[in-house]
Design a protein around this ligand. Structure first.
Ligand code: HPA
Length: 254
């Protein structure tokens, strides 16, 4: 299929890129396959309706949820959304929490990143055809979008933590207890596997980007039981809260 450029009928300003907790989301919505100069995205882009507002949705781990974090074609995912006219991406991701500031089930909008990943295609500037720009990344997330998400959470009466450092690990395995100690010394509060290179690529492609993070477990060595028990007990609560925030957020954009 030829690449789509600019706005098409299947177009929107906002997109959600979501992972594990949203694996079943948007399955019945109308979808569109897009090809990009970086190859195919993780799956079809779906169109969700929030009142009068269309929002595009992409499952970053694929429709069958079988693409590991290090195998995701982040470049194609973001380029596909850009081609469909998207200007703003809300990244939904699940994270583990270091420390007692938040409990599993909570939401957060991180304000900083540390990238511990390796071997991922992390930039669009990979060939002379793309040119070269050293993007500024001092503040990795869009301040405007962060404010909007936090305001929506307040309006929806859903607690959502403002700020904190998201440490991006390579996965797909979870961390060792000693790694978590090291990340804590680095100032990391949340651990997840997908915010990089996603955030940097969004910036390179001129997209506004911020994370709405679902805290689903205590980090390795910090809980009282198995991590997956934490996740099972809290993922649905966090997802329902995130959906309330998104509904409120999009009702304010329409
Ligand atoms: N570590 C890394 N990624 C994660 C975690 C975690 O504890 N929980 C959810 N995604």
């Amino acid at each position: 299929m030829p690449e789509r450029t600019g706005r098409s009928v299947f177009a929107a300003d906002y997109a959600l890129v979501a992972g594990t907790a949203f694996a079943d989301f948007g399955a019945e919505a109308e979808s569109c396959r897009v090809s990009t100069r970086f190859g195919p995205p993780s799956g079809p882009v779906r169109r969700l309706a929030y009142g009068d507002l269309d929002v595009l949705y992409l499952a970053r781990h694929g429709e069958r949820h079988d693409i590991a974090p290090h195998r995701i074609n982040y470049r194609a995912n973001l380029a596909a959304l850009r081609q469909l006219g998207v200007s703003t991406v809300i990244a939904i991701n699940t994270v583990g929490i270091i420390g007692d500031r938040l409990q599993p089930g909570a939401l957060a909008v991180p304000d900083q990143l540390v990238d511990y990943t390796w071997g991922r295609s992390h930039t669009i500037y990979d060939s002379p055809a793309e040119g070269l720009e050293h993007i500024e990344f001092t503040e990795p997330f869009s301040a405007r979008l962060r404010r909007g998400l936090l305001a929506a959470a307040r309006a929806a009466d859903v607690q959502c933590h403002d700020g904190g450092v998201y440490g991006v690990t390579q996965g797909p395995r979870l961390e060792t207890a000693a790694e978590v100690d090291r990340y804590e010394r680095d100032g990391v509060l949340y651990l997840g596997m997908t915010a990089m290179p996603e955030a940097a690529l969004a910036r390179e492609l001129g997209l506004e980007y911020a994370c709405l993070s679902l805290v689903v477990n205590r980090a390795a060595g910090r809980g009282s039981g198995p991590i997956h028990a934490d996740i099972e007990a809290s993922a649905l609560t966090a997802k329902m809260r995130a959906m309330q925030v998104l509904k409120q957020f999009f009702s304010r954009q329409a």
